[in-house]
Design a protein around this ligand. Structure first.
Ligand code: SER
Length: 317
């Protein structure tokens, strides 16, 4: 059957790279990019503007394009969520509930929804965090991720919905900057290194978090969604990781490729969020069940980020 794919949150950090990858694979016209803004950014048509907390707006699109696959990427991230917890709960939960209900009603083949390392909290084991473990986050964003994971599993058990999810680590990318997350320093450091040769990092130098290059994140998503249904044993969300490093190791690595790069560390309110998340993740289940394997280590990430950002901003450094 021809895939007809809807991607919500298409203008966000992940959407802006997942949509082109999906279009390359399944054909431009079979992937409907959906954003909250009227401006389609760099996207070709089909692009639609939608408020994903409005079920009827979503229904209209599913009917108009005869959608059978959905990637629901809408989400308020951790730092913005702490500034406005009501907005985070409303946006993240209302939109997911709408999508789950419509997916059942319209017999959607497959649904993808992103979870995060933010589903974990300070009482979770910090190192090699297991797949099955304590999920007691202390951010509203994390609360919506745990509630969302359980809701996804519920719809799978109750209605047989083929819903699949990944607990993404921090994602590093150069095309579209992330908006309002805690792991954003690992992106901003490259932007600032290339543009100004210096960066004032908002977490302490010994802060370690799990991270991944965008190409790995896109591949993981495509591979998870391509896998045969019986291979998907976990219907809450799969642990996923590529590489963990401290903010200092990151700064030292950037300095290898940007001569005279200077990094200072001035922690702000996001430090507390970073401290509540694991440092390394055990993603054995993803590797075993559907063959997950990352390709990019920190050196490769730095080389790719700096090369692409230099082109983007036409800087020499
Ligand atoms: N990158 C996200 C954030 O920092 C975590 O999923 O909020």
């Amino acid at each position: 059957m021809q895939k007809k794919i809807l991607v919500t949150g298409a203008l966000g950090q992940i959407g802006s790279e997942l949509v082109p990858a999906l279009r390359k694979k399944y054909g431009n016209d079979n992937v409907i990019a959906v954003g909250y803004s009227k401006e389609s950014g760099e996207f070709n048509k089909p692009f639609e503007r939608v408020d994903a907390t409005n079920k009827e707006e979503l229904r209209t699109l599913i009917e108009k394009y005869q959608i059978n696959t959905i990637y629901h990427l809408v989400g308020i991230l951790s730092a913005v969520g702490e500034k406005n917890p009501n907005l985070a709960w409303h946006t993240n939960m209302e939109s997911l509930k709408n999508i789950l209900d419509l997916a059942v009603e319209y017999k959607i083949d497959r649904l993808f929804w992103p979870s995060s390392i933010a589903a974990f909290g300070p009482t979770t084991p910090l190192f090699d965090t297991p797949q099955e473990t304590i999920l007691a986050p202390t951010t509203m964003y994390g609360v919506t991720k745990v509630a969302g994971e359980l809701l996804c599993q519920y719809y799978n058990l109750k209605y047989g919905l083929d819903v699949r999810s990944l607990r993404y680590p921090g994602i590093i990318s150069w095309k579209t900057p992330p908006g309002g997350g805690t792991t954003d320093y690992a992106v901003a450091i490259y932007y600032e290194a290339v543009k100004n040769g210096s960066y004032d990092c908002f977490v302490k130098d010994d802060t370690i978090l799990p991270m991944m290059y965008m190409d790995d994140a896109v591949n993981a998503t495509l591979e998870l969604m391509e896998a045969d249904s019986e291979k998907i044993k976990i219907r809450t969300s799969y642990n996923l990781t590529a590489v963990s490093f401290s903010a200092k190791e990151l700064a030292d690595n950037v300095a290898k490729y940007v001569p005279n790069f200077k990094c200072t560390f001035t922690p702000d309110s996001r430090q507390k969020i970073a401290d509540s998340w694991p440092k390394t993740i055990d993603d054995t289940s993803a590797r075993k069940d559907w063959g997950w394997k990352p390709k990019f280590d920190l050196d490769q990430i730095s080389m790719e980020m700096i090369k692409n950002l230099k082109e983007k901003f036409q800087t020499k450094i």
